[in-house]
Design a protein around this ligand. Structure first.
Ligand code: GLC
Ligand code: MG
Length: 531
């Protein structure tokens, strides 16, 4: 059997680009493909390998590209197919990989498929979407709620039926029980795979199949008025249905028609449900995104438990992965503070499993307050007050201290953080002690040392507020000690050890020889090569 231990997506680091906010090349204030092209050297020098680009397809942009109106095109705002081909080629020339977003659960309501589907009840594409008669009182067919607020059902006057949309009403859900839908999306996947795209991050994978009988979801006993109306019910019948795994397997088969391509699933579920997405025979997603570090409170005991619960729950050949930030969640530096964000970075890049870095987190970018009249995110606009805006974590990348942080010559689509003059790539690149320099060092050593990319994970239990573990490959061992709090703690494991600090969140400690019982200052993280 082929040795799969060193597959690129196991060894390497993935970097998420939110294309609207990465780099604008044409002055319209919105990032684009040519912009990404201009910054490939940066990404290569940084040391990340897999570039995941959030949707770049034609779209009315009701949900900023997560409402696709053509699965095999490029939105003119981002460029054209030539620009894409050139970008893909340049990525490959650098030995890097390109992962696209795939949004199969729903299309745009402006997709020709939906325009046809809503034409009449007997249109051949009627069954491509989820249409239902009203209930006896003329209301929605059941109590399912939209993630973005209100009922998930929208009435269509013309044909007298409702259609289901898990997100915006401009994002009707495709009917994945229909084989024609499956084929249409699989063909779109093949279109990109044939071009050489290295894989997909599949949007809301756990939503793809709904209960066959459309049973009402159970009321959520913990619902309170401050929550989004989505939380009124528990999505027991509208998400994570068993048959979804057949769909994932089919997608995986498409991926496997090509060499070494990657299937990532976006899945927000508890660990025991999440790991099922690897597939029973490892024929599911290669990497069902693990969002625990995004979801858990920053509490060492909870994080420690979760890491080990995850390690324990993984199927035999299931490769772990870790995510610290994305375009839907508050930035790590804002969630846990600047100091702890450094600890988090060290954790992300030393735990066992493929890390995904969200653009800008390598600079310690923070959420940016967006004035009310500038809010763009439909999640916030749809449910003012309770729907959390995702704009703060989507602000433009901070390249340098020139006007608009070097992101655009025009008016940026979202405000740029006020701190960009101090917090930017140009200043941080070589600056000892900067967040970027810390990332560069961690990425470098991670790439060089098999113990840190494919090595075993061995937990070390000491003080409950310290997180520590060993990564081991053949005779190479690294000890990682992370203080998740602000007070000094004692590290005294029940074994003898000695080693050299290779990377520290306090860079003045690098090169130090340490052994056995030591004090760990608050907010300190150490990566130690054991001797
Ligand atoms: C995913 C995307 C999010 C989008 C939603 C609907 O969660 O990450 O940005 O709004 O799906 O497509
Ligand atoms: Mg542009």
């Amino acid at each position: 059997m082929r040795d799969t231990k060193f597959l690129w997506w196991k060894k390497e680091v993935i970097y998420q680009i939110y294309p609207r906010s990465f780099k604008d090349s044409d002055g319209d204030g919105i990032g684009d493909l040519k912009g990404i092209q201009q910054k490939l050297d940066y990404l290569q020098d940084l040391g990340v390998k897999g570039i995941w680009i959030s949707p770049i397809f034609p779209s009315p942009m009701a949900d900023f590209g997560y409402d696709v109106s053509d699965y095999t095109g490029i939105h003119p705002m981002f460029g054209n197919m030539e620009d894409f081909d050139e970008l893909l080629d340049s990525i490959h020339q650098r030995g890097m990989k390109c992962i696209l977003d795939l949004v199969p659960n729903h299309s745009s309501d402006q997709h020709p498929w939906f325009l046809e589907s809503k034409e009449s009840k007997d249109n051949p594409k009627r069954d491509w979407y989820i249409w239902k008669d009203p209930d006896e009182d003329g209301g929605p067919p059941n109590n399912w709620m939209s993630v973005f607020g209100g009922s998930a059902w929208e009435f269509d006057e013309n044909t007298g039926q409702y259609y289901y949309h898990a997100f915006l009403k401009e994002q009707p859900d495709l009917n994945w029980r229909n084989p024609e839908v499956q084929k249409a999306v699989f063909d779109a996947m093949r279109f990109w795979l044939k071009k050489g795209v290295d894989g997909f991050r599949v949007d809301v994978m756990w939503h793809m199949i709904k209960d066959e009988h459309f049973r009402d979801n159970p009321p959520n006993p913990d619902y309170t008025e401050e929550m989004s109306t989505f939380n009124k019910v528990i999505p027991a019948y509208s998400t994570d249905q068993d048959e979804v795994h057949d769909m994932v397997e089919k997608m995986r088969n498409v991926i496997d028609e090509f060499d070494e391509r990657l299937l990532i699933g976006e899945i927000y579920l508890p660990i025991h449900k999440l790991v099922k997405y690897y597939g029973l025979e490892n024929n599911g997603a290669h990497l069902p995104f693990n969002f625990q570090l995004l979801e858990l409170p920053w509490d060492p005991e909870k994080i420690n438990a979760a890491i080990n619960e995850y390690e324990g729950a993984l199927p035999e050949d299931g490769w772990p992965n870790w995510v610290l930030g994305n375009h839907d969640k508050s930035r790590i530096a804002s969630r846990v503070g600047k100091e702890q964000a450094r600890i988090a970075a060290m954790m992300l890049l030393t735990l066992r499993g493929t890390p995904t870095v969200y653009y800008g987190d390598e600079l310690g970018m923070e959420d940016v307050d967006i004035p009310e009249d500038k809010i763009q995110d439909p999640q916030a606009l749809n449910e003012p007050g309770v729907g959390r805006s995702r704009d703060p974590e989507r602000t433009p990348m901070q390249w340098d201290d020139s006007e608009n942080a070097g992101f655009t010559n025009g008016e940026p689509w979202l405000p740029i953080s006020e701190n960009y003059k101090e917090q930017n790539v140009k200043i941080q690149w070589d600056e000892e002690g900067s967040m970027l320099k810390l990332h560069r060092k961690l990425l470098q050593i991670r790439a060089k040392e098999p113990a840190l990319h494919v090595g075993e994970y061995i937990p070390v239990f000491t003080d409950k507020d310290l997180l520590s573990y060993i990564r081991e490959y053949e005779d190479q061992k690294f000890l990682i000690i992370l203080n998740l709090g602000a007070s000094k703690l004692n590290f005294a494991p029940d074994f003898d050890w000695s080693g050299t600090v290779k990377v520290a969140t306090d860079h003045t400690l690098e090169g130090k020889e340490l052994s056995n019982e030591i004090k760990i200052a608050g907010n300190l993280g150490l990566l130690i090569k054991l001797t």
